[in-house]
Design a protein around this ligand. Structure first.
Ligand code: CMC
Length: 432
C-alpha cells in the first residue's frame, strides 16, 4: 500500500480538511479517514460498509466489474485445470505462497494426525435433537474445540498457530459429516487416514460400518473444486465477522465459529439452500420461472432471486461461471441429468435479458450452481452451507492470521449516528 501525492479535501463547518489518498497494488483508491474523528471529531456514515475498506489485505483480490477473483495473485480459473488439492490452496491462502513438497507433506500429516475429534465431543452429537440444523451444530462444535484444545487459546506462537489451523481444517470435516449422520440417525464412522481430504469427507458422510463408500474420481474432483472456489472471498460478511471477533483477541476457534453463524444467513452462504428450494418449487409446478422473475422484481414482495446479485460483482461471478461448466462436465461423465439444472439455465436466461436485472447488473453468483453440483454428489440440501463453511475455513484462518500479525491492529469498534432521545429523566415505575 502506498500513499499518493493526491489529497482529498473535505469541507465541513467552513473548514477544509486534507485527507491522504491511498492506493493498493490494484483496485480502488481509498481516502484515509482513520484520524478524522481523533483530529476533527467527525465520523463517516456507511452502514453496510459498501464504500469502506476496513483493512489492508494481501490475500484475495476481486475486480467486481470485470468478474476477476484471485487468491494471492493467482486467477481462480487456474485452480480448475490442472487442479491443485484443496489443502494446497488452503496453505497458499494461510501462509502466502504455494507450498513446497515438504511443506505440503507436513501439513497433510498434521491434518491426518488431527482428524479424530475428542470422544467427549463426539458423544455430544448424540444429545442433540436429530433435526438440529447442521450449521448450528457446526458453529457450536467449532466453538467447543476450545474446551478440548486449551493449549491453542493463547495467541502469538507461530508454531501453535499452524497446529491450530491444521486441527480446525481437519476436524471441521469430521464435525460436518457427523452433523449429517446425526440428522440421519446413522452410526458415526471414523476418518480413514489413507484417504485424501475430500475422499475422506465423503467416506465420513456415506460409509456405513462394514461397507466402505467408494468415491469416484469425478465426485472427488468436483468436491475438491467446490471447496477451492469457496476458499476465500476477501471481506465478505462472515470473514468480516471473523475479523471483528478476532480483533478483540478472541482465539481462532471462537472467531471461526462466529464466521459459521454469519455464513448461515440466507443472504450469504445460506443462499445455496434457498436456490434449491426455489428450483424445486418450480419443478413441482408450484411456481413458473416467469413467476420467480416477476416476484423478484416486485418491490412489495420480499422474494429475491436467490443465487443472483452480489455486493461486489457487477458482472458474472467467475466462480459461478466455473461451476456452471463443471456441472455440465460432471453430469456428462456420470451419464445423469438433473432437471433442476435445466430450470436454473432457464431462470438465468430469463433474468439476463430482463431490464431489471440488466440495469442493476445482477448476475448468477457462486450459490446459483453450487447446489446442483452438490446434489449430483448425493449431498443433501441441509449440508450445502456446511460445505461452503468447510471451503471458507482456510480463508477465515488466513484473514484472522493476517489481522493478528499486524502489530498496529486495534480492536474493531465502529461509531454510530445516534437518533435516540436526548437526555431524559428516569421515571419511577409507579409514576409512569
Ligand atoms: N433478486 C432481486 N433483486 C435483487 C437481487 C436479487 N437476488 N439482488 C439485488 N437486487 C436488487 C436490490 O433489491 C436493489 O434494487 P433497487 O436498486 O431497486 O433497490 C438492487 O438490486 C441492488 O442490490 P443491493 O441490495 O444494493 O445489493 P447488496 O449489495 O446490498 O446485496 C446480495 C447483495 C447478495 C445480498 C443481494 O444481491 C441478494 O440478496 N441476493 C440474493 C441472495 C444471494 O444469492 N446471496 C448470495 C451472495 S454470493 C455468496 C456469498 O457471498 O455468500
Amino acid at each position: 500500500m502506498s500513499q499518493t501525492n493526491e489529497k482529498a479535501v473535505l469541507t465541513i463547518d467552513g473548514k477544509q480538511i486534507e485527507l491522504p489518498v491511498l492506493t493498493g497494488t490494484e483496485g480502488h483508491k481509498a481516502i484515509d479517514i482513520s484520524k478524522l474523528f481523533d483530529e476533527h471529531g467527525i465520523t463517516t456514515f456507511d452502514p453496510s460498509l459498501g464504500s469502506t475498506a476496513a483493512c489492508r489485505s494481501t490475500i484475495t483480490y476481486i475486480d467486481g466489474d470485470k468478474g476477476v477473483l484471485r487468491y494471492r495473485g493467482i486467477p481462480i480459473e487456474h485452480f480448475d485445470r490442472p487442479k491443485p488439492n484443496f489443502i494446497e490452496v488452503a496453505w497458499l491462502l494461510i501462509f502466502g505462497s504455494l507450498p513446497t513438497f515438504a511443506e505440503l507433506r507436513n501439513f497433510r500429516n498434521m491434518l491426518t494426525d488431527n482428524e479424530l475429534i475428542h470422544e467427549g465431543l463426539r458423544r455430544q452429537f448424540g444429545d442433540l435433537p436429530p433435526k438440529s440444523p447442521p450449521m448450528a451444530i457446526l458453529s457450536a462444535m467449532l466453538s467447543q474445540l476450545a474446551c478440548y484444545h486449551e493449549k491453542f487459546l493463547p495467541l502469538g506462537d507461530e508454531e501453535l498457530f499452524g497446529e491450530a489451523a491444521a486441527r480446525l481444517i481437519s476436524k471441521v470435516r469430521t464435525i460436518a459429516a457427523y452433523s449429517y449422520r446425526r440428522s440421519k440417525g446413522l452410526p458415526f464412522v471414523y476418518p480413514d487416514p489413507a484417504l485424501r481430504y475430500c475422499a475422506n469427507f465423503l467416506h465420513l458422510m456415506f460409509s456405513i460400518p462394514y461397507q466402505q463408500y467408494i468415491v469416484s474420481e469425478e465426485i472427488e474432483d468436483a468436491m475438491n473444486l467446490v471447496l477451492i472456489l469457496h476458499a476465500d472471498h476477501e471481506q465478505n460478511c462472515s470473514t468480516s465477522t471473523v475479523r471483528v471477533v478476532g480483533s478483540a483477541k478472541a482465539n481462532l476457534f471462537a472467531s471461526c465459529a462466529a464466521g459459521v453463524s454469519a455464513l448461515w444467513g440466507p443472504l450469504h452462504g445460506g443462499a445455496n439452500v434457498e436456490v434449491i428450494k426455489m428450483l424445486e418449487s418450480i419443478q413441482s409446478g408450484g411456481l413458473k420461472p416467469e413467476d420467480c422473475i416477476k416476484a423478484a422484481k416486485d418491490k412489495d414482495n420480499p422474494f429475491k432471486l436467490f443465487g443472483f446479485g452480489h455486493r461486489v460483482y457487477k458482472n458474472y461471478d467467475p466462480r459461478a461461471k466455473i461451476l456452471r461448466a463443471v456441472a455440465d462436465r460432471v453430469f456428462a461423465r456420470l451419464k445423469t441429468n438433473d432437471p433442476l439444472l435445466d430450470i436454473a439455465r432457464k431462470l438465468e436466461e430469463l433474468a439476463l435479458k430482463d431490464s431489471y436485472f440488466i440495469d442493476r447488473k445482477l448476475y448468477p453468483n457462486v450459490d446459483f450452481y453450487s447446489g446442483i453440483l452438490l446434489r449430483a454428489m448425493g449431498i443433501p440440501t441441509n449440508m450445502f452451507t456446511v460445505i461452503f463453511a468447510m471451503g471458507r475455513l482456510p480463508g477465515w484462518i488466513a484473514q484472522w492470521k493476517e489481522q493478528h500479525d499486524n502489530p498496529n491492529q486495534k480492536i474493531i469498534r465502529p461509531r454510530q449516528l445516534y437518533l435516540g432521545n436526548k437526555r431524559t429523566d428516569y421515571v419511577p415505575i409507579e409514576e409512569r
